[in-house]
Design a protein around this ligand. Structure first.
Ligand code: HEM
Length: 399
């Protein structure tokens, strides 16, 4: 990048630690890439004559996504049976009694849940209970039917929130934390996919003592999020009794459902937007259906802006080209680092499992219709992540 100077990504391109949620790494990413995006916004974009500027668009600024600062830890009294189940999840799963307890639970309507926080906590709780119910016996015996007393309220809550009835990134990360106290930074309650950096802190201990932590260990023993879509252990999906006549197939929680990277991609443009024709772009686009509606609207509002890349390209302004390229480079460096993390925790773990001759097929090992898992040889997941990283790099401008 001849002629480019100034704030570049750290030489190593490394993130200093990784925390699944609004923790230090997220902050660092925000200050790294976000700082560069801020620079770009404040120095370059608005000054371009062809740019209709933010104020010219009625949809700008886009509505800020609700961050669900849910310090709520209890549901209204009628929902005590759900909270009791949630609090006992690890023990009930370990002793394989969860399904029996769910069958005995009363059928509750979601009508007495009022307001967003009630609903988000209910989605989190019902999502964990559902995941535990389905996977109590591991990959050998997933439940094929979700009983009515769980399926109907989970569907009701999900419908009111505009979310699918499955444990999501919006539950696992966005609604699954609390601030320990006002003087210390955010505390992640649980990691994901086997990482539990600060498990046992805050909210988890006081309200759902162990479920997020221990349940994740159970659920991620296969290094994969609980999902009913593209999962060889559940080829037909899951039947929500009393809701639909046919089984449904949903993807499980994944950071691919996080608004952050979608917003960066939409802002910078390139091949990962819905206009990109790759399977990876299609998969990422589908993941937007798993975001809270206002998050999705936020990404779409950015998407609807005049394409930044074209504006920078046509500006003929070298400083602007460089600023844009630094943003793209930082995003690609983040994805390169993420590939290393995924290799360590998913690919290596899966290989170790195979070499131990562990029975059962991890959902990450074979999933014919999931774009990131197609192909032969090597690791399909890594191929997906690399193709996303490479598509990011393709946005770089020649300067
Ligand atoms: C042990 C840690 C992690 C593992 C094993 C892991 C694994 C994966 C895998 C397998 C995917 C492919 C999609 C899927 O199967 O759902 C994925 C996607 C993704 N992950 Fe992670 N991940 C980890 C940590 C993180 C962290 C800390 C972040 C963000 C700070 C993150 C951000 C993403 C994003 C944004 C995607 C979508 C693809 C993209 O936009 O590049 N991951 N991850």
């Amino acid at each position: 990048m001849h002629g480019c100077f100034g704030h570049g990504p750290p030489a190593s391109g490394r993130l200093q630690g990784a925390c699944w949620g609004p923790g230090p790494a997220t902050t660092q990413l925000r200050w790294g890439l976000g700082h560069r995006l801020g620079l770009l916004l404040s120095t370059g974009w608005p000054s371009h004559p062809a740019a209709p500027l933010r104020s010219a668009s009625s949809s700008w600024p886009p509505p800020l996504p609700c961050c669900c600062f849910s310090l709520q830890t209890e549901l209204p009294a009628p929902y005590r049976p759900w909270m009791d189940l949630a609090r006992s999840l690890p023990d009930l799963i370990a002793t394989r009694q969860l399904r029996a307890h769910v069958h005995q639970a009363p059928q509750l309507s979601a009508a007495q849940l009022h307001g967003h926080r009630d609903l988000r906590l209910a989605h989190l709780v019902l999502g964990f209970i559902t995941a535990g119910y389905v996977w109590q016996d591991g990959e050998e015996g997933p439940a094929k039917v979700l009983p009515q007393n769980l399926a109907v309220p989970f569907w009701e809550v999900s419908r009111r929130l505009g979310l699918p009835p499955i444990l999501l990134h919006a539950d696992l990360v966005l609604a699954n934390w609390r601030q320990r106290d006002r003087l210390t930074p955010w505390a992640c309650i649980s990691g994901s996919r086997g990482t539990n950096r600060s498990a046992g802190s805050g909210w988890a201990h006081e309200t759902l003592p162990r479920p997020p932590h221990l349940l994740l260990q159970h659920l991620t023993a296969s290094s994969a999020p609980p999902r009913w879509r593209d999962n060889p252990a559940m080829p037909a999906g899951l039947l929500y009794e009393g809701v639909w006549e046919l089984p449904q197939a949903y993807s499980g929680g994944s950071a691919a459902q996080s608004t952050v990277l979608h917003a960066f991609d939409a802002f910078l443009g390139g091949n990962l937007t819905p206009l990109g024709l790759s399977l990876a772009a299609a998969f990422l686009h589908r993941m937007r259906d798993y975001m809270p509606p206002r998050h999705r609207a936020f990404v779409e509002a950015i998407q609807a802006l005049p394409p930044l890349r074209e504006l920078v390209l046509s500006s003929g302004n070298e400083a602007l080209h460089c600023a844009y390229n630094r943003c793209v480079t930082a995003l690609a460096a983040f994805r390169t680092r993420h590939i290393a993390v995924a290799t360590k925790y998913v690919v290596t773990a899966t290989a170790a499992k195979r070499s131990r001759g562990s029975p059962g097929t991890s959902p990450l090992q074979a999933a014919p219709s999931r774009p990131e898992q197609r192909g032969t040889g090597g690791s399909p997941v890594l191929r997906f992540l690399k193709s996303v990283r490479d598509a990011t790099r393709e946005a770089l401008l020649n300067v």
